[in-house]
Design a protein around this ligand. Structure first.
Ligand code: NAP
Length: 533
Protein backbone atom coordinates (compact mmCIF):
# COMPACT_ATOMS: atom_id res chain seq x y z
CA UNK A 1 0.00 0.00 0.00
CA UNK A 2 1.20 3.50 -0.80
CA UNK A 3 0.92 5.54 2.39
CA UNK A 4 1.19 9.29 2.32
CA UNK A 5 -0.64 12.09 3.98
CA UNK A 6 -3.07 13.98 1.81
CA UNK A 7 -4.49 17.25 3.09
CA UNK A 8 -8.20 17.68 2.53
CA UNK A 9 -9.11 21.06 1.03
CA UNK A 10 -12.91 21.21 1.40
CA UNK A 11 -13.13 22.15 -2.30
CA UNK A 12 -15.55 20.93 -4.94
CA UNK A 13 -14.26 19.41 -8.17
CA UNK A 14 -15.70 21.19 -11.20
CA UNK A 15 -14.31 18.85 -13.79
CA UNK A 16 -10.66 18.47 -12.77
CA UNK A 17 -10.51 21.97 -11.23
CA UNK A 18 -10.82 22.37 -7.45
CA UNK A 19 -13.22 25.20 -6.65
CA UNK A 20 -14.58 26.82 -3.48
CA UNK A 21 -16.70 29.81 -4.49
CA UNK A 22 -19.66 29.14 -2.19
CA UNK A 23 -20.00 31.04 1.08
CA UNK A 24 -21.89 28.26 2.92
CA UNK A 25 -19.46 26.04 4.78
CA UNK A 26 -19.78 22.92 6.91
CA UNK A 27 -17.71 20.25 8.63
CA UNK A 28 -18.12 16.50 8.88
CA UNK A 29 -18.55 14.79 12.23
CA UNK A 30 -16.76 11.93 13.95
CA UNK A 31 -19.47 9.99 15.81
CA UNK A 32 -16.88 7.94 17.76
CA UNK A 33 -15.24 11.01 19.29
CA UNK A 34 -18.48 13.03 19.17
CA UNK A 35 -16.67 15.98 17.64
CA UNK A 36 -16.30 17.81 14.34
CA UNK A 37 -13.57 16.82 11.90
CA UNK A 38 -11.29 19.78 11.11
CA UNK A 39 -11.75 20.32 7.36
CA UNK A 40 -14.12 23.12 6.36
CA UNK A 41 -16.07 22.21 3.21
CA UNK A 42 -17.55 24.73 0.81
CA UNK A 43 -21.02 24.02 -0.47
CA UNK A 44 -21.20 24.38 -4.26
CA UNK A 45 -22.58 27.75 -5.37
CA UNK A 46 -25.22 28.10 -8.10
CA UNK A 47 -22.51 29.27 -10.47
CA UNK A 48 -20.39 26.18 -9.71
CA UNK A 49 -23.39 23.89 -10.21
CA UNK A 50 -24.11 25.50 -13.59
CA UNK A 51 -20.48 25.20 -14.59
CA UNK A 52 -20.31 21.51 -13.63
CA UNK A 53 -23.46 20.77 -15.65
CA UNK A 54 -22.30 22.81 -18.66
CA UNK A 55 -18.98 20.98 -18.65
CA UNK A 56 -20.74 17.60 -18.36
CA UNK A 57 -23.00 18.51 -21.23
CA UNK A 58 -20.13 19.44 -23.54
CA UNK A 59 -18.05 16.43 -22.35
CA UNK A 60 -20.98 14.18 -23.31
CA UNK A 61 -20.57 14.95 -27.03
CA UNK A 62 -17.07 13.48 -26.94
CA UNK A 63 -17.45 10.90 -24.16
CA UNK A 64 -20.37 9.14 -25.86
CA UNK A 65 -18.13 8.38 -28.86
CA UNK A 66 -15.23 6.95 -26.83
CA UNK A 67 -14.85 3.21 -27.42
CA UNK A 68 -15.23 0.46 -24.84
CA UNK A 69 -11.49 -0.15 -24.49
CA UNK A 70 -10.81 3.48 -23.55
CA UNK A 71 -13.75 3.66 -21.14
CA UNK A 72 -12.47 0.44 -19.55
CA UNK A 73 -9.01 2.00 -19.15
CA UNK A 74 -10.62 5.01 -17.44
CA UNK A 75 -12.60 2.83 -15.01
CA UNK A 76 -9.52 0.72 -14.21
CA UNK A 77 -7.47 3.88 -13.65
CA UNK A 78 -10.10 5.11 -11.16
CA UNK A 79 -9.78 1.81 -9.26
CA UNK A 80 -5.97 2.15 -9.21
CA UNK A 81 -6.07 5.77 -8.06
CA UNK A 82 -8.50 4.84 -5.26
CA UNK A 83 -6.04 2.18 -4.05
CA UNK A 84 -3.22 4.76 -4.34
CA UNK A 85 -5.01 6.90 -1.74
CA UNK A 86 -3.84 4.25 0.73
CA UNK A 87 -4.50 4.67 4.43
CA UNK A 88 -5.57 8.30 4.04
CA UNK A 89 -8.80 7.11 2.48
CA UNK A 90 -9.40 4.49 5.17
CA UNK A 91 -8.64 6.92 8.01
CA UNK A 92 -10.90 9.62 6.56
CA UNK A 93 -13.71 7.09 5.98
CA UNK A 94 -13.51 5.89 9.60
CA UNK A 95 -13.37 9.41 11.02
CA UNK A 96 -16.52 10.40 9.10
CA UNK A 97 -18.66 7.32 9.75
CA UNK A 98 -17.70 5.68 13.05
CA UNK A 99 -17.40 2.43 11.08
CA UNK A 100 -14.42 0.14 11.74
CA UNK A 101 -11.34 -0.16 9.52
CA UNK A 102 -12.29 -3.67 8.37
CA UNK A 103 -15.58 -2.38 6.99
CA UNK A 104 -13.79 0.53 5.26
CA UNK A 105 -11.34 -1.84 3.56
CA UNK A 106 -14.12 -4.27 2.63
CA UNK A 107 -16.14 -1.48 1.06
CA UNK A 108 -13.09 -0.17 -0.80
CA UNK A 109 -12.56 -3.69 -2.19
CA UNK A 110 -16.16 -3.82 -3.34
CA UNK A 111 -15.87 -0.38 -4.97
CA UNK A 112 -12.75 -1.37 -6.88
CA UNK A 113 -14.37 -4.68 -7.90
CA UNK A 114 -17.44 -2.83 -9.24
CA UNK A 115 -15.26 -0.50 -11.30
CA UNK A 116 -13.33 -3.46 -12.71
CA UNK A 117 -16.55 -5.37 -13.47
CA UNK A 118 -17.89 -2.45 -15.51
CA UNK A 119 -14.50 -2.12 -17.22
CA UNK A 120 -14.71 -5.79 -18.28
CA UNK A 121 -18.29 -5.29 -19.43
CA UNK A 122 -17.59 -2.35 -21.73
CA UNK A 123 -14.28 -3.74 -22.98
CA UNK A 124 -16.14 -6.84 -24.18
CA UNK A 125 -18.93 -4.75 -25.74
CA UNK A 126 -22.03 -6.96 -26.00
CA UNK A 127 -23.80 -4.94 -23.28
CA UNK A 128 -25.12 -2.57 -25.99
CA UNK A 129 -27.53 -5.39 -27.04
CA UNK A 130 -26.93 -4.93 -30.75
CA UNK A 131 -30.00 -6.08 -32.69
CA UNK A 132 -30.02 -6.19 -36.47
CA UNK A 133 -32.83 -6.89 -38.93
CA UNK A 134 -31.44 -6.85 -42.44
CA UNK A 135 -33.39 -5.42 -45.36
CA UNK A 136 -35.73 -7.46 -47.56
CA UNK A 137 -35.92 -5.21 -50.67
CA UNK A 138 -38.24 -7.53 -52.55
CA UNK A 139 -40.76 -8.02 -49.74
CA UNK A 140 -44.35 -7.40 -50.86
CA UNK A 141 -46.41 -5.34 -50.66
CA UNK A 142 -43.62 -3.05 -49.33
CA UNK A 143 -39.84 -3.57 -49.03
CA UNK A 144 -38.47 -4.13 -45.49
CA UNK A 145 -35.83 -1.57 -44.47
CA UNK A 146 -32.51 -2.43 -42.79
CA UNK A 147 -32.88 -1.66 -39.06
CA UNK A 148 -30.10 -1.79 -36.46
CA UNK A 149 -30.58 -1.04 -32.80
CA UNK A 150 -28.29 -0.61 -29.80
CA UNK A 151 -28.19 1.03 -26.38
CA UNK A 152 -26.74 4.55 -26.30
CA UNK A 153 -25.93 6.73 -23.26
CA UNK A 154 -28.75 8.95 -22.00
CA UNK A 155 -26.65 12.08 -21.17
CA UNK A 156 -25.27 13.75 -18.02
CA UNK A 157 -26.30 11.90 -14.85
CA UNK A 158 -26.53 13.24 -11.27
CA UNK A 159 -25.59 10.73 -8.56
CA UNK A 160 -26.51 11.30 -4.90
CA UNK A 161 -24.00 9.75 -2.48
CA UNK A 162 -25.47 7.34 0.10
CA UNK A 163 -24.97 7.97 3.83
CA UNK A 164 -24.33 4.33 4.66
CA UNK A 165 -22.03 3.41 1.75
CA UNK A 166 -19.43 6.22 1.56
CA UNK A 167 -17.45 4.26 -1.03
CA UNK A 168 -19.53 1.54 -2.72
CA UNK A 169 -22.65 3.73 -3.24
CA UNK A 170 -21.20 7.22 -3.33
CA UNK A 171 -18.58 9.16 -5.33
CA UNK A 172 -17.12 6.26 -7.38
CA UNK A 173 -19.76 3.75 -6.32
CA UNK A 174 -22.06 1.54 -8.34
CA UNK A 175 -24.19 4.34 -9.83
CA UNK A 176 -21.16 6.36 -10.96
CA UNK A 177 -19.30 3.33 -12.35
CA UNK A 178 -22.39 2.20 -14.29
CA UNK A 179 -23.08 5.69 -15.70
CA UNK A 180 -19.45 6.25 -16.80
CA UNK A 181 -19.39 2.76 -18.33
CA UNK A 182 -22.52 3.63 -20.31
CA UNK A 183 -20.85 6.81 -21.64
CA UNK A 184 -22.64 9.33 -19.39
CA UNK A 185 -20.71 12.13 -17.63
CA UNK A 186 -21.43 12.13 -13.89
CA UNK A 187 -22.00 14.97 -11.43
CA UNK A 188 -21.91 13.64 -7.86
CA UNK A 189 -23.91 15.38 -5.14
CA UNK A 190 -21.62 14.36 -2.32
CA UNK A 191 -23.22 13.14 0.92
CA UNK A 192 -22.55 15.80 3.60
CA UNK A 193 -21.79 13.20 6.28
CA UNK A 194 -18.66 11.99 4.44
CA UNK A 195 -17.57 14.92 2.30
CA UNK A 196 -13.87 14.24 3.00
CA UNK A 197 -14.08 10.64 1.79
CA UNK A 198 -15.91 12.04 -1.24
CA UNK A 199 -13.20 14.63 -1.90
CA UNK A 200 -10.44 12.00 -1.80
CA UNK A 201 -12.29 9.71 -4.20
CA UNK A 202 -13.10 12.69 -6.45
CA UNK A 203 -9.38 13.51 -6.57
CA UNK A 204 -8.72 9.89 -7.66
CA UNK A 205 -11.34 10.11 -10.42
CA UNK A 206 -9.92 13.45 -11.53
CA UNK A 207 -6.40 11.97 -11.80
CA UNK A 208 -7.72 8.94 -13.67
CA UNK A 209 -9.63 11.18 -16.11
CA UNK A 210 -6.46 13.17 -16.85
CA UNK A 211 -4.27 10.05 -17.10
CA UNK A 212 -6.60 8.45 -19.64
CA UNK A 213 -7.34 11.73 -21.49
CA UNK A 214 -11.07 11.82 -20.86
CA UNK A 215 -12.93 15.00 -21.85
CA UNK A 216 -12.92 17.75 -19.21
CA UNK A 217 -16.20 17.63 -17.25
CA UNK A 218 -16.71 13.87 -17.52
CA UNK A 219 -16.87 13.96 -13.73
CA UNK A 220 -17.57 16.64 -11.09
CA UNK A 221 -18.03 16.42 -7.34
CA UNK A 222 -20.22 18.97 -5.55
CA UNK A 223 -20.42 19.49 -1.80
CA UNK A 224 -23.63 20.36 0.01
CA UNK A 225 -24.88 20.65 3.54
CA UNK A 226 -28.57 20.90 2.71
CA UNK A 227 -31.01 19.88 0.01
CA UNK A 228 -30.68 22.92 -2.30
CA UNK A 229 -27.69 21.72 -4.35
CA UNK A 230 -29.47 18.43 -5.11
CA UNK A 231 -32.68 20.22 -5.99
CA UNK A 232 -30.92 22.60 -8.40
CA UNK A 233 -29.12 19.70 -10.06
CA UNK A 234 -32.28 17.62 -10.54
CA UNK A 235 -34.06 20.61 -12.09
CA UNK A 236 -31.19 21.53 -14.41
CA UNK A 237 -32.30 21.28 -18.06
CA UNK A 238 -29.06 19.61 -19.19
CA UNK A 239 -29.23 16.80 -16.60
CA UNK A 240 -30.85 13.72 -18.15
CA UNK A 241 -31.16 11.19 -15.28
CA UNK A 242 -30.69 10.85 -11.52
CA UNK A 243 -29.36 8.06 -9.28
CA UNK A 244 -30.25 8.25 -5.59
CA UNK A 245 -29.78 6.04 -2.52
CA UNK A 246 -31.46 7.17 0.68
CA UNK A 247 -34.78 7.60 2.43
CA UNK A 248 -38.23 7.21 0.89
CA UNK A 249 -38.95 10.85 1.74
CA UNK A 250 -35.81 12.09 -0.08
CA UNK A 251 -36.19 9.79 -3.09
CA UNK A 252 -39.85 10.64 -3.52
CA UNK A 253 -39.16 14.39 -3.30
CA UNK A 254 -36.59 14.11 -6.11
CA UNK A 255 -38.89 11.91 -8.23
CA UNK A 256 -41.66 14.51 -7.94
CA UNK A 257 -39.24 17.35 -8.73
CA UNK A 258 -37.99 15.53 -11.85
CA UNK A 259 -41.55 14.81 -12.99
CA UNK A 260 -42.48 18.50 -12.75
CA UNK A 261 -39.62 19.64 -15.04
CA UNK A 262 -40.61 20.91 -18.52
CA UNK A 263 -38.69 17.83 -19.69
CA UNK A 264 -39.29 15.11 -17.07
CA UNK A 265 -36.32 12.79 -16.50
CA UNK A 266 -35.98 9.36 -14.83
CA UNK A 267 -34.99 9.17 -11.15
CA UNK A 268 -33.64 5.77 -10.13
CA UNK A 269 -34.02 5.93 -6.35
CA UNK A 270 -33.14 3.04 -4.05
CA UNK A 271 -34.99 3.71 -0.82
CA UNK A 272 -36.07 2.17 2.46
CA UNK A 273 -37.16 -1.42 2.97
CA UNK A 274 -38.11 -3.63 5.94
CA UNK A 275 -37.16 -6.89 4.21
CA UNK A 276 -39.70 -9.44 5.53
CA UNK A 277 -38.35 -12.79 6.71
CA UNK A 278 -40.85 -15.67 6.91
CA UNK A 279 -40.08 -18.46 9.37
CA UNK A 280 -41.94 -21.64 8.41
CA UNK A 281 -43.03 -24.07 11.16
CA UNK A 282 -40.77 -27.07 10.38
CA UNK A 283 -37.67 -24.89 10.16
CA UNK A 284 -38.55 -23.34 13.52
CA UNK A 285 -38.96 -26.79 15.08
CA UNK A 286 -35.74 -28.26 13.69
CA UNK A 287 -33.45 -25.22 13.47
CA UNK A 288 -35.09 -22.46 15.49
CA UNK A 289 -32.21 -21.95 17.93
CA UNK A 290 -29.57 -21.83 15.20
CA UNK A 291 -31.72 -19.39 13.18
CA UNK A 292 -32.17 -17.14 16.22
CA UNK A 293 -28.39 -16.85 16.60
CA UNK A 294 -27.93 -16.09 12.91
CA UNK A 295 -30.64 -13.43 12.99
CA UNK A 296 -29.31 -11.70 16.11
CA UNK A 297 -26.16 -11.05 14.06
CA UNK A 298 -28.00 -10.00 10.90
CA UNK A 299 -30.22 -7.49 12.78
CA UNK A 300 -27.20 -5.80 14.40
CA UNK A 301 -24.75 -6.01 11.47
CA UNK A 302 -23.36 -2.54 10.69
CA UNK A 303 -25.56 -1.18 13.54
CA UNK A 304 -28.54 -2.16 11.40
CA UNK A 305 -27.67 0.55 8.87
CA UNK A 306 -28.23 -1.56 5.78
CA UNK A 307 -31.14 -1.17 3.39
CA UNK A 308 -31.41 -4.99 3.50
CA UNK A 309 -31.63 -5.16 7.30
CA UNK A 310 -34.25 -7.74 8.42
CA UNK A 311 -36.80 -5.36 9.97
CA UNK A 312 -39.72 -7.79 9.99
CA UNK A 313 -39.89 -11.43 11.09
CA UNK A 314 -43.16 -13.24 10.27
CA UNK A 315 -44.29 -16.60 11.69
CA UNK A 316 -47.29 -18.68 12.83
CA UNK A 317 -47.77 -19.02 16.60
CA UNK A 318 -46.28 -22.19 18.06
CA UNK A 319 -44.14 -23.21 21.08
CA UNK A 320 -41.13 -23.46 18.75
CA UNK A 321 -41.67 -19.79 17.81
CA UNK A 322 -41.61 -18.88 21.52
CA UNK A 323 -38.29 -20.74 21.87
CA UNK A 324 -36.93 -18.89 18.82
CA UNK A 325 -37.99 -15.51 20.25
CA UNK A 326 -36.43 -16.28 23.65
CA UNK A 327 -33.11 -17.27 22.08
CA UNK A 328 -33.16 -14.28 19.71
CA UNK A 329 -33.74 -11.99 22.70
CA UNK A 330 -30.88 -13.42 24.78
CA UNK A 331 -28.47 -13.54 21.81
CA UNK A 332 -29.31 -9.96 20.89
CA UNK A 333 -28.51 -8.71 24.37
CA UNK A 334 -25.12 -10.47 24.22
CA UNK A 335 -24.04 -8.35 21.25
CA UNK A 336 -22.13 -5.17 22.11
CA UNK A 337 -23.89 -2.11 20.66
CA UNK A 338 -22.02 -0.16 17.99
CA UNK A 339 -21.75 3.38 16.72
CA UNK A 340 -24.19 4.92 14.24
CA UNK A 341 -23.02 6.95 11.25
CA UNK A 342 -23.99 10.36 12.56
CA UNK A 343 -25.91 11.93 15.47
CA UNK A 344 -28.75 12.74 13.02
CA UNK A 345 -29.05 9.07 12.01
CA UNK A 346 -28.99 8.11 15.72
CA UNK A 347 -31.66 10.74 16.45
CA UNK A 348 -33.84 9.40 13.62
CA UNK A 349 -33.32 5.85 14.97
CA UNK A 350 -34.40 6.87 18.47
CA UNK A 351 -37.46 8.73 17.13
CA UNK A 352 -38.57 5.89 14.84
CA UNK A 353 -37.86 3.22 17.48
CA UNK A 354 -39.89 5.18 20.01
CA UNK A 355 -42.74 5.65 17.52
CA UNK A 356 -42.84 1.89 16.91
CA UNK A 357 -42.47 0.68 20.48
CA UNK A 358 -44.93 3.21 21.90
CA UNK A 359 -47.80 1.84 19.80
CA UNK A 360 -50.22 0.37 22.34
CA UNK A 361 -50.28 -3.09 20.71
CA UNK A 362 -46.46 -3.47 20.53
CA UNK A 363 -44.64 -5.55 23.19
CA UNK A 364 -40.89 -4.96 23.52
CA UNK A 365 -39.19 -8.36 23.82
CA UNK A 366 -35.60 -7.22 24.33
CA UNK A 367 -33.87 -3.87 24.25
CA UNK A 368 -30.24 -3.04 24.99
CA UNK A 369 -30.34 0.01 27.25
CA UNK A 370 -27.26 -0.33 29.48
CA UNK A 371 -24.58 2.37 29.49
CA UNK A 372 -24.66 3.27 25.82
CA UNK A 373 -21.83 5.49 24.58
CA UNK A 374 -22.82 8.67 22.74
CA UNK A 375 -24.04 7.88 19.19
CA UNK A 376 -24.19 4.13 19.92
CA UNK A 377 -27.50 2.42 19.20
CA UNK A 378 -29.25 -0.05 21.50
CA UNK A 379 -30.74 -2.95 19.55
CA UNK A 380 -34.39 -3.81 20.05
CA UNK A 381 -36.88 -6.51 19.07
CA UNK A 382 -40.63 -6.14 19.55
CA UNK A 383 -43.74 -8.18 18.86
CA UNK A 384 -47.31 -7.75 17.53
CA UNK A 385 -50.01 -10.09 16.23
CA UNK A 386 -50.80 -10.43 12.53
CA UNK A 387 -54.12 -8.60 12.78
CA UNK A 388 -52.54 -5.75 14.74
CA UNK A 389 -49.83 -5.39 12.11
CA UNK A 390 -52.36 -5.26 9.27
CA UNK A 391 -54.47 -2.64 11.07
CA UNK A 392 -51.66 -0.20 11.94
CA UNK A 393 -49.68 1.38 9.06
CA UNK A 394 -47.10 2.85 11.50
CA UNK A 395 -45.83 -0.69 12.09
CA UNK A 396 -44.95 -0.99 8.37
CA UNK A 397 -42.42 1.88 8.41
CA UNK A 398 -38.69 1.29 8.29
CA UNK A 399 -36.72 1.89 11.51
CA UNK A 400 -33.23 2.47 10.08
CA UNK A 401 -30.99 0.82 12.67
CA UNK A 402 -30.79 -2.43 14.74
CA UNK A 403 -34.52 -2.99 15.20
CA UNK A 404 -36.78 -5.84 14.15
CA UNK A 405 -40.51 -6.43 14.62
CA UNK A 406 -41.81 -9.98 15.05
CA UNK A 407 -45.33 -10.53 13.70
CA UNK A 408 -47.04 -13.55 15.24
CA UNK A 409 -49.85 -14.83 13.02
CA UNK A 410 -52.60 -17.10 14.23
CA UNK A 411 -52.56 -19.30 11.12
CA UNK A 412 -51.41 -19.61 7.53
CA UNK A 413 -54.25 -17.40 6.21
CA UNK A 414 -53.29 -14.57 8.52
CA UNK A 415 -49.65 -14.92 7.46
CA UNK A 416 -50.80 -14.63 3.82
CA UNK A 417 -52.85 -11.52 4.66
CA UNK A 418 -49.85 -9.89 6.34
CA UNK A 419 -47.70 -10.47 3.24
CA UNK A 420 -50.51 -9.26 0.95
CA UNK A 421 -50.64 -6.02 2.97
CA UNK A 422 -46.91 -5.23 2.71
CA UNK A 423 -45.50 -2.42 0.58
CA UNK A 424 -42.83 -3.13 -2.05
CA UNK A 425 -39.53 -4.42 -0.62
CA UNK A 426 -35.95 -4.96 -1.77
CA UNK A 427 -35.89 -8.52 -0.42
CA UNK A 428 -38.04 -11.29 1.04
CA UNK A 429 -36.59 -14.32 2.85
CA UNK A 430 -38.01 -17.78 3.43
CA UNK A 431 -36.59 -19.89 6.24
CA UNK A 432 -38.04 -23.33 5.64
CA UNK A 433 -37.33 -27.00 5.14
CA UNK A 434 -37.55 -28.32 1.59
CA UNK A 435 -40.61 -30.49 2.17
CA UNK A 436 -42.80 -27.84 3.82
CA UNK A 437 -42.22 -25.26 1.07
CA UNK A 438 -44.77 -26.91 -1.23
CA UNK A 439 -47.54 -26.18 1.28
CA UNK A 440 -46.84 -22.46 0.96
CA UNK A 441 -47.03 -21.86 -2.79
CA UNK A 442 -49.65 -19.12 -2.46
CA UNK A 443 -47.61 -17.35 0.23
CA UNK A 444 -44.50 -17.52 -2.00
CA UNK A 445 -46.48 -16.10 -4.89
CA UNK A 446 -47.74 -13.21 -2.73
CA UNK A 447 -44.22 -12.53 -1.46
CA UNK A 448 -42.69 -12.58 -4.94
CA UNK A 449 -45.16 -9.86 -6.02
CA UNK A 450 -43.72 -7.59 -3.34
CA UNK A 451 -39.93 -8.03 -3.61
CA UNK A 452 -36.99 -7.72 -6.01
CA UNK A 453 -35.02 -10.66 -4.57
CA UNK A 454 -36.21 -13.75 -2.70
CA UNK A 455 -33.77 -15.57 -0.42
CA UNK A 456 -34.00 -19.20 0.67
CA UNK A 457 -32.56 -20.12 4.07
CA UNK A 458 -30.21 -17.17 4.42
CA UNK A 459 -30.12 -13.59 5.59
CA UNK A 460 -31.02 -10.54 3.46
CA UNK A 461 -27.94 -8.56 4.54
CA UNK A 462 -25.01 -8.98 2.13
CA UNK A 463 -25.62 -7.99 -1.48
CA UNK A 464 -23.46 -9.90 -3.97
CA UNK A 465 -22.15 -7.86 -6.90
CA UNK A 466 -22.79 -9.94 -10.04
CA UNK A 467 -24.85 -9.77 -13.23
CA UNK A 468 -27.78 -11.82 -11.85
CA UNK A 469 -28.27 -9.67 -8.72
CA UNK A 470 -31.45 -7.63 -8.41
CA UNK A 471 -31.13 -4.81 -5.91
CA UNK A 472 -34.35 -2.93 -6.34
CA UNK A 473 -38.00 -3.79 -6.04
CA UNK A 474 -41.58 -2.53 -6.26
CA UNK A 475 -42.27 0.98 -4.93
CA UNK A 476 -41.38 2.29 -2.36
CA UNK A 477 -38.22 0.18 -2.13
CA UNK A 478 -37.24 1.72 -5.48
CA UNK A 479 -38.83 4.11 -7.96
CA UNK A 480 -38.50 1.69 -10.88
CA UNK A 481 -38.75 -2.04 -10.18
CA UNK A 482 -37.57 -2.85 -13.73
CA UNK A 483 -33.94 -2.13 -12.90
CA UNK A 484 -31.26 -3.23 -10.42
CA UNK A 485 -28.93 -0.75 -8.69
CA UNK A 486 -26.27 -3.42 -8.06
CA UNK A 487 -24.40 -5.53 -10.60
CA UNK A 488 -23.51 -4.86 -14.20
CA UNK A 489 -27.15 -4.95 -15.36
CA UNK A 490 -27.54 -1.59 -13.54
CA UNK A 491 -25.92 0.04 -16.61
CA UNK A 492 -29.36 -0.22 -18.28
CA UNK A 493 -30.62 2.69 -16.16
CA UNK A 494 -28.32 5.07 -18.01
CA UNK A 495 -29.06 4.16 -21.63
CA UNK A 496 -31.82 4.48 -24.18
CA UNK A 497 -32.44 2.28 -27.20
CA UNK A 498 -31.57 3.86 -30.55
CA UNK A 499 -32.25 2.59 -34.10
CA UNK A 500 -30.50 3.25 -37.41
CA UNK A 501 -32.67 2.72 -40.49
CA UNK A 502 -31.08 2.06 -43.89
CA UNK A 503 -27.80 3.61 -42.67
CA UNK A 504 -24.67 3.01 -44.80
CA UNK A 505 -22.43 0.34 -43.22
CA UNK A 506 -19.38 2.62 -43.07
CA UNK A 507 -21.34 5.23 -41.06
CA UNK A 508 -22.71 2.79 -38.48
CA UNK A 509 -21.15 2.42 -35.00
CA UNK A 510 -18.67 -0.44 -34.77
CA UNK A 511 -21.14 -2.60 -32.80
CA UNK A 512 -23.66 -2.54 -35.68
CA UNK A 513 -21.38 -2.81 -38.72
CA UNK A 514 -21.67 -5.93 -40.91
CA UNK A 515 -18.14 -7.09 -40.09
CA UNK A 516 -18.70 -7.37 -36.29
CA UNK A 517 -15.01 -6.70 -35.70
CA UNK A 518 -15.59 -6.72 -31.90
CA UNK A 519 -16.88 -10.30 -32.23
CA UNK A 520 -19.78 -9.52 -29.87
CA UNK A 521 -22.95 -11.55 -29.53
CA UNK A 522 -25.74 -9.86 -31.54
CA UNK A 523 -29.34 -10.70 -32.40
CA UNK A 524 -29.28 -10.85 -36.19
CA UNK A 525 -32.58 -11.61 -37.89
CA UNK A 526 -33.78 -13.13 -34.61
CA UNK A 527 -30.73 -15.39 -34.16
CA UNK A 528 -28.11 -14.78 -31.46
CA UNK A 529 -24.73 -14.96 -33.17
CA UNK A 530 -21.13 -13.69 -33.11
CA UNK A 531 -20.93 -13.98 -36.91
CA UNK A 532 -20.44 -11.14 -39.35
CA UNK A 533 -23.18 -10.36 -41.83
P1 NAP B 1 -31.75 10.84 3.09
O1 NAP B 1 -32.13 11.65 4.26
O2 NAP B 1 -32.81 10.53 2.10
O3 NAP B 1 -30.54 11.60 2.39
C1 NAP B 1 -29.91 11.12 1.21
C2 NAP B 1 -29.41 12.30 0.37
O4 NAP B 1 -30.51 12.92 -0.27
C3 NAP B 1 -28.73 13.38 1.19
O5 NAP B 1 -27.62 13.84 0.46
C4 NAP B 1 -29.77 14.45 1.33
O6 NAP B 1 -29.21 15.72 1.36
C5 NAP B 1 -30.56 14.29 0.04
N1 NAP B 1 -31.96 14.67 0.20
C6 NAP B 1 -32.82 14.20 1.12
N2 NAP B 1 -34.04 14.76 0.95
C7 NAP B 1 -33.94 15.59 -0.11
C8 NAP B 1 -34.84 16.45 -0.79
N3 NAP B 1 -36.10 16.60 -0.40
N4 NAP B 1 -34.39 17.15 -1.86
C9 NAP B 1 -33.10 17.04 -2.25
N5 NAP B 1 -32.20 16.25 -1.65
C10 NAP B 1 -32.60 15.53 -0.60
O7 NAP B 1 -31.18 9.41 3.53
P2 NAP B 1 -30.05 9.07 4.59
O8 NAP B 1 -30.56 9.39 5.96
O9 NAP B 1 -28.78 9.65 4.15
O10 NAP B 1 -29.97 7.45 4.45
C11 NAP B 1 -30.76 6.53 5.17
C12 NAP B 1 -31.84 5.90 4.28
O11 NAP B 1 -31.27 5.37 3.10
C13 NAP B 1 -32.58 4.73 4.92
O12 NAP B 1 -33.95 4.91 4.74
C14 NAP B 1 -32.10 3.51 4.14
O13 NAP B 1 -32.97 2.43 4.06
C15 NAP B 1 -31.86 4.10 2.80
N6 NAP B 1 -30.94 3.30 2.02
C16 NAP B 1 -31.42 2.61 0.94
C17 NAP B 1 -30.55 1.81 0.17
C18 NAP B 1 -31.05 1.03 -1.03
O14 NAP B 1 -30.23 0.55 -1.78
N7 NAP B 1 -32.33 0.92 -1.22
C19 NAP B 1 -29.20 1.75 0.52
C20 NAP B 1 -28.75 2.48 1.62
C21 NAP B 1 -29.63 3.26 2.36
P3 NAP B 1 -28.78 16.41 2.75
O15 NAP B 1 -28.14 15.37 3.61
O16 NAP B 1 -27.86 17.49 2.32
O17 NAP B 1 -30.04 16.89 3.39
Amino acid sequence: MISKTITLTGHNYIGTTPSAKGSTTFQTFNPQTNSNNPTVFHEASSEEINRAVALASSAFEQFKTIDGARKAAFLRAIAEEIMNLGDDLIDTYCSETGLPEGRAKGERGRTVFQLQSFADLVAEGAWVEATIDTAIPDRTPAPKPDLRRMNVPIGPVVVFGASNFPLAYSTAGGDTAAALAAGCPVIVKSHPMHAGTGELVASAISKAAQRTEMPEGVFSNLNSSGIEVGQQLVQHAQVKAVGFTGSIKGGRALLDLAAKRPEPIPVFAEMGSINPVILLPDALKTRGIELAKTYANSITLGTGQFCTNPGLLLAIEDPSLDAFINTLASELLEIAPSCMLHPNIKKAYDTNKERLTSQSEVTVIAEYTESLQTNYAGQVISKVTGSQFIANPTLHHEVFGPSSLIVVCKDKQELESVVANLEGQLTGTILGNNLEINEYNYLLSLLSNKVGRIIFNGVPTGVEVCPSMVHGGPYPSSTDARFSAVGTSSIKRWVRPFSYQNWPNELLPIELKNENSLGILRLVNNVLTNDHI
